[in-house]
Write a protein that binds this ligand. Sequence first.
Ligand code: WQD
Length: 324
Amino acid sequence: MNILIIGGAGYIGSHVAREFLDRGHKVTVFDNLSSGLRENLFPEAAFVHGDILRYEDLRKAMRGQEAAVYLAAFKAVGESMIRPEKYSVNNITGTVNLLNAACETGLKYIIFSSSAAVYGEPEYLPIDEKHPANPENYYGFTKLEIEKFLAWYERLKGIRYASLRYFNAAGYDVKGRISGLEQNPANLIPVIMEAACGMRSELTVFGDDYDTPDGTCIRDYIHVNDLAIGHALALDYVAREDKSVTVNLGSETGSSVMEVLNTARRVTGKPIPSRVAGRRSGDPARLTASAQLARELLGWEARYSDLETLLSTSWKAYAKKTGL
Ligand code: WQD
């Protein structure tokens, strides 16, 4: 299939592009390189340096494409609460452009990077897709609104979509084919990696007084290769069944901050200094996914999302880059 990967030079997008190429699709990466990197592009894929906020860029790039994978969004939760304008313009206006260009060019399928952030504070665990969606931050709100736009355009224009609600994406390509590191990361595993290779002095642990066995928060970490496979299976499903779908992609395993840190110390062989500070606002104690629906509908299952693989693949990428 001809597939446009919007945000395909980014951290998750480059893994998704690799997966579609491996499966024999004809891939075009569309990226404004605001956080995506040229080094994440593959010679087998065409590249369009374009911006979703420029409608013409999108319309041109979409001509002749059957499917788009839509990963181009701002994703910093904290920043979204301070600068909602930025998130409205890029995430919401960008979506409207994408959908309108899809109508104009006859694009059939959209695979969208949604987020567990649409659920907000968990009412029960593990979180399944029936869990109420009450986002607690503006970033999560934009992802939920995008899902609603997709549902309306499906109803009115027949565009089929898959909305993939990622839990905590982490890790690097198990075959080591992606070298670009995320810039200014705020998420736990890249922050630990930066501390391991001396790019920052320590990890700040945000709270050790939660109601969990070791007092630190529990999350569901999902390997980017598993996510990438999820996109490919989701497109297969949407095209085969001619139906849209909204599913969680998570490992169904909870790991605490201390478990991640201790595994990282073992895997990297580095001391990784850490300091416990106060809680970060808005952090629930536990978040874990039910991925039963993705299993049933897509035949998807996490294969690479054990802590060992998440951390060893990350470490390989960081160690290579920093010459360790
Ligand atoms: C994980 C745990 C922190 C950094 C976010 C978004 C979510 C989704 C995934 C995109 C928490 C702790 C972290 C640090 C720490 N994103 N931590 N020190 O907040 O679970 O999820 O990314 O869709 O929407 O909210 O991920 O990696 O920031 O934090 O102690 O320097 O690590 O408190 O318990 P989070 P995270």
